[in-house]
Structure formats: structure tokens, C-alpha cells
Design a protein around this ligand. Structure first.
Ligand SMILES: Nc1ncnc2c1ncn2[C@@H]1O[C@H](COP(=O)(O)OP(=O)(O)OP(=O)(O)O)[C@@H](O)[C@H]1O
Ligand SMILES: [Mg+2]
Length: 583
């Protein structure tokens, strides 16, 4: 997974925050509540100190009455603090959940807009854990920073001012000495946390990616009797995660130890400084009590500040990883709205993936409203041509134009809406048959209309046997047969009704008869529209206005069926192979 190494992590963090809408009101309320809490915590030690300054002369005396009223005040303050803390915790939780939701939405949105090249350059399944867990670390840190840190600093600074007002250098020194101890400790545990957490997050990402891939294709694993091997291979990832977890557990234990040391050592420092001054008679008992009371909370706040540092370290790695995704190129295209129809032209297009040449110097023109076929052996580059037309990829050299305009100049959404695209293998998503059919069509369709379409693709009986349009097709439309999926995909493509049809092996899963029926159905529905048809069954495209013969990414011939039969040996070979297949 790419991580942005050179950019400052803080710049990335700010950039990340600017992409979301902060719940300002909730944050404001929680902030004020925490501020109030700090204020009360500053007050209580002084009130307790006041209690120690009385000379009690008997029950009912003025001193006792004052003492009781001070006790009541302390009780009320503590109760208010308790309720305030509960409210603050709840509101902070809601604010954090909102922030996290926004981060997840931003990252998920980005993943969907990535160019295919960017997505393919890494394992897209690793994006999952970036979105599900890394975002949480960033939210944890951000909310602590926004809601808690300033009240905390306010308490710390106010305490130092209060202690310095006691006019005793030794007391102040005690408080100041505490700081380097805690800062050093927190730096150290932050570093340990960062390292172990980064390792764990990477291990989680790899394990998630692997499970997502292998579980999805469990049948292949079973068919090849590879179950035990896959389990053994998978355990490497599980072990990797276990090792990473061991490190994070050690880091947590280490942090606990540091936290304990950070409690004991500062307590000793503060106690010693106070006690020495008390014994020397340089401060009074009430002063000592106030000093010590403030000291206990002072330490607690500094320890919480340490937590912020640990959170920052976790967020640092997570920010890097999320920003690594956010920095990738998006698939938005240009500004221009498409003018609609026009001739589609490939001008000397070459294209490679990962250094491997896939298309070399490919040129052709698809006349507006014509039927254009692309034929060629497996791996010749037929699907790649459709992928370039859909702008999933961009040419490395040369250009593709529509009506004379480079397709890159068009706004991508308006450009893609020109096409009814039928991808190879007719993939589908979880949902009903109705959802499958209407995916992307944009307008509602009546049951009658859908049933008419099912009749056209010879699916009436099959869908009725499934229980109708509300039948759930399962994840990846896995409850449909390959042929059923292909027929429904053709129906879906026809329903889209866009001006240009891009059909990649629309009938490859169908038998001879079925293939021809569906091919002529596409012709009937799309008559007068531009049709770019990739076909291995050459009989379905013999009537095409133009046939492009591809061979290993190069154009081997172009012309009508009659012309190619005369002039193109590669086309004749394909014809012969097709005849043998159907014989
Ligand atoms: N994402 C990818 N990464 C790397 N190479 C790829 C990728 N997609 C396709 N290729 C390679 O590009 C070449 C052309 O693939 P393409 O899918 O366009 O072939 P095709 O003509 O559609 O073949 P088929 O008839 O088998 O569908 C193949 O050699 C394939 O290995
Ligand atoms: Mg293909």
C-alpha cells in the first residue's frame, strides 16, 4: 500500500479534516463542559484547603457552620462535575461517530472514483481496512484534540499560575520538574505505539485482502483440492497478524508501565517539594493541602496529555495511509459536456499495463450509427479497446475522439452516459432480478415492461421458476447460471437505452441458437444506434458495417465480412476455427 512519505503528515491531516463537516455544535458543547470540569477541578482543592484552616470551638459555632457550607459546596461542585463529565462523554462519543462516518465516506468515495490504473496498481481489497479501521484512529485523535486538549492546557497553566502565586519557588519547582519526566515518558511510549500499530494495521490490511479474495472463490480451491494448502498459506498471514498483535500488546503493557512510573515519580516529586516546605515552616497546612490537591489533578491531566500523544502517533500512521489513497488520481475527465453522437475514432492508439504492451498503433473509425465488430483471438486486446472507450484507462500514445473531440475533454459522467455497456462475463450485484435489470437505467420501469424484456431474452420461464422479479440473485448474482446472467445483462443493457452499445462477448455463455437469437435481439433494439460488438461467434457479426481483426494488440485487417474473407488470412483462420467449434 502506498504511503505518502515526503509530504508532511500534518499537511495531510489538515487536508483530511477539510474534506469533512465537523459537528461544530456538539464539539462546542463538549468543549465547554470539559472547560467547566477543569474549572471545578481547580476550585475543589482550594475549598478543601479552606476546611483545614478552621479552629473548631464547638458544635453550632460559626466556624462549624462555615465548614458545613463549604462541605456542601464541595459536594455540589463534585456532583455538577460528575453530571457534566457524563454529558461530555456522551456528546463527545456522538461527535466522534459523526466525524468517523465522514472520514469513512470520504475515503470510500475516493476509492470509487480512482482511475482503474491507480486502483489496479495496488490490491484494492486492502482499501477495505483503510476505510474501516484507519479512519477510527484519525477520529479518536481529532476529537481528543478538539474537545479535551485546550481545557487540559487551561488547567495546567492555571495550576502553575496558582502555585507560583503561593510565592514559594520550591513548590513551583516541584511542578516544573514533573513536566520533563512526563514529556520524556510520553514521547517514548508514543514512538513504541506508532511502530507497533503501523505493523498491526498493515497486517490487518493484508489478511483482510487475502480472505476477501480466497473466500470469494472457495469453489475453485475445493475443486483443485487446495483447501488444506490455502489454509496453510493463509496461516502465514494470520501468524503475521498474531506477531503484530504481540508487539502491540507489549507496547500496551509498556505504556501501562510508563503510565505507572509517570504517576509515582511525579507524586514523589510534588509530595517531597511540599513536605519539605511544610516541615521548614515556609508554607501553612492549608497551602500544603491546596498544593497537593492541585498536584494530583495536574498529574492526571498531564497523563491524559500523554494519551493524546499516543493517539497522535496512531493517527499519524493512519493519516499517512488514508492520505495515500486520497492523493491518488481520480477519474473525473474534462469539463466539456458531450455533444451526443458522432464518429468514434482511434488515432494511432498504443497502450500498456505495467510495462506490458497491450495495444500497438491501433487506428480505426466507428461511423455514427453503424455496427462495428471487433474480433480476434483470446488476449488480442478486444476488451481493452472497450475499456479505453469507457475511459477506464487512457491511451499511452495516440488519442481517441468522438465527433473530432478528444474524449478526455469530456466530463466523464456525461461521456459515459452515451454508452450502454455490457462487460464480459456479465457481472452483477446482490439484489433482486428487478434490481439487476434496472441497474443504471435511471428511470423507473413497470413490471410489464420488464416482463416483456425477459420474454425477449428467453428468460420468462426461468424467472418465473425462481419466483419472479423479486427473486434475490445473491452476492455477485451467484444464484444465476452463467447463461441466465448473460441474458439478464443483455436485457439490462437494452433497458439503458443509450445511443451507443458496447457489448463484450454478449453471448459467450449461450449455445449456438441462443447466441444468434440474442445477437439479433441486440440488433433489433439498437437498430440505427452505434453498436460496437466484441464477438467470438463470427456468424453474429457477419452483417457488420465494419469488422476489425485484432491480433496480439495489432490491427491485422479491417473491412466487411466479404472483404476480409478475401484479403485477411487471420480472419479466415478465425472463421475456420469458429466453424470447427460449431460443427
Ligand atoms: N488489468 C490488467 N493487467 C495486466 N494485463 C492485462 C490486464 N487486463 C488485460 N491484460 C492483458 O492484456 C491483454 C489483452 O487483454 P484483453 O482482455 O483486452 O483481451 P481480449 O481480446 O478481450 O481477450 P478475450 O477474448 O480472452 O476476452 C492480455 O494479454 C491480458 O493479459
Ligand atoms: Mg475480452
Amino acid at each position: 500500500m502506498t504511503e505518502t512519505k515526503n509530504q508532511s503528515v500534518w499537511k495531510n491531516f489538515i487536508h483530511l479534516i477539510r474534506q469533512i463537516r465537523l459537528p461544530i455544535l456538539l464539539i462546542g458543547i463538549a468543549f465547554l463542559l470539559n472547560f467547566g470540569k477543569a474549572e471545578i477541578e481547580l476550585l475543589i482543592p482550594e475549598k478543601i484547603a479552606d476546611l483545614t484552616g478552621f479552629e473548631f470551638t464547638g458544635t453550632g459555632s460559626a466556624a462549624v457552620k462555615t465548614a458545613v457550607s463549604i462541605c456542601i459546596m464541595i459536594f455540589v461542585l463534585a456532583a455538577v462535575e460528575f453530571v457534566g463529565v457524563m454529558a461530555a462523554t456522551y456528546i463527545t462519543y456522538i461527535a466522534k461517530a459523526r466525524i468517523n462516518r465522514d472520514f469513512q465516506a470520504v475515503a470510500a468515495r475516493k476509492v470509487f472514483y480512482l482511475t482503474t490504473e491507480e486502483a489496479e496498481a495496488r490490491d484494492p481489497k486492502e482499501f477495505i481496512s483503510r476505510i474501516t479501521t484507519d479512519t477510527g484512529f484519525v477520529s479518536d485523535f481529532l476529537i481528543d484534540l478538539l474537545v479535551m486538549e485546550i481545557p487540559r492546557l487551561y488547567f495546567l497553566v492555571s495550576t502553575l499560575i496558582k502555585v507560583s502565586r503561593m510565592g514559594n519557588g520550591m513548590l513551583l519547582l516541584g511542578f516544573v520538574l514533573v513536566v520533563p519526566v512526563i514529556v520524556l515518558g510520553s514521547f517514548w511510549s508514543g514512538h513504541v505505539t506508532y511502530k507497533s500499530q503501523t505493523r498491526l494495521q498493515n497486517a490487518i490490511a493484508r489478511l483482510t485482502a487475502r480472505l476477501a479474495e480466497k473466500v470469494e472463490h472457495a469453489e475453485i480451491i475445493k475443486a483443485y483440492n487446495r483447501t488444506e494448502d490455502e489454509i496453510a498459506d493463509g496461516e502465514i498471514f494470520i501468524d503475521e497478524m498474531r506477531a503484530a498483535q504481540k508487539k502491540t500488546t507489549l507496547a500496551t503493557a509498556f505504556n501501562q508501565l510508563v503510565a505507572n512510573v509517570l504517576f509515582v515519580v511525579p507524586t514523589l516529586i510534588i509530595m517531597t517539594a511540599g513536605a519539605l516546605q511544610l516541615i521548614a515552616g515556609d508554607i501553612s497546612t492549608p497551602q500544603f493541602v491546596a498544593y497537593y490537591g492541585l498536584g494530583a489533578t495536574y498529574q492526571k491531566y498531564i497523563a491524559e496529555h500523554l494519551t493524546l500523544w499516543v493517539l497522535a502517533k496512531k493517527a499519524q500512521g493512519a493519516t499517512r495511509r488514508i492520505s495515500g489513497i486520497l492523493m491518488l488520481k481520480e477519474d473525473r475527465g474534462g469539463e466539456r459536456q458531450t455533444a451526443g453522437s458522432g464518429d468514434l475514432t482511434f488515432e494511432n492508439v498504443s497502450f500498456s499495463i505495467g510495462g506490458k504492451k497491450i495495444l500497438s498503433d491501433v487506428s480505426f473509425t466507428v461511423k455514427n450509427g453503424s455496427k462495428f465488430a471487433i474480433v480476434g483471438g483470446s488476449g488480442a486486446g478486444k476488451s481493452t479497446i472497450l475499456n479505453l472507450l469507457e475511459q477506464f484507462y487512457r491511451p499511452e500514445q495516440g488519442r481517441i475522439t468522438l465527433g473530432g473531440v478528444d474524449i478526455r475533454d469530456f466530463e466523464i459522467g456525461s461521456y459515459r452516459s452515451l454508452f450502454s455497456y455490457l462487460p464480459q462475463n456479465a457481472p452483477g450485484f446482490d439484489g433482486t432480478v428487478r434490481d439487476f435489470l434496472c441497474y443504471g437505467s435511471g428511470t423507473p420501469h413497470s413490471d410489464e415492461e420488464l416482463k416483456e424484456l425477459l420474454r425477449e431474452v428467453d428468460m420468462t420461464e426461468s424467472v418465473e421458476a425462481m419466483g419472479g422479479l423479486d427473486f434475490e440473485v445473491g452476492p455477485g448474482a451467484s444464484k444465476l447460471s452463467g447463461g441466465q446472467r448473460q441474458r439478464l445483462a443483455v436485457a439490462r443493457m437494452l433497458l439503458t437505452g443509450a445511443g451507443t452499445v458496447l457489448a463484450d462477448e454478449a453471448t459467450s455463455a449461450l449455445d449456438f441458437e441462443g447466441s444468434r437469437r440474442i445477437a439479433s435481439l441486440i440488433d433489433k433494439y439498437a437498430a440505427g444506434k452505434t453498436r460496437i460488438i466484441v464477438a467470438h461467434d463470427l456468424s453474429t457479426v457477419q452483417d457488420a458495417d465494419m469488422i476489425l481483426v485484432l491480433n496480439k494488440g495489432r490491427v491485422d485487417g479491417m473491412g466487411t465480412h466479404a472483404e476480409l474473407k478475401e484479403t485477411c488470412p487471420a480472419y479466415r483462420r478465425l472463421l475456420t476455427a469458429g466453424e470447427e467449434e460449431t460443427a
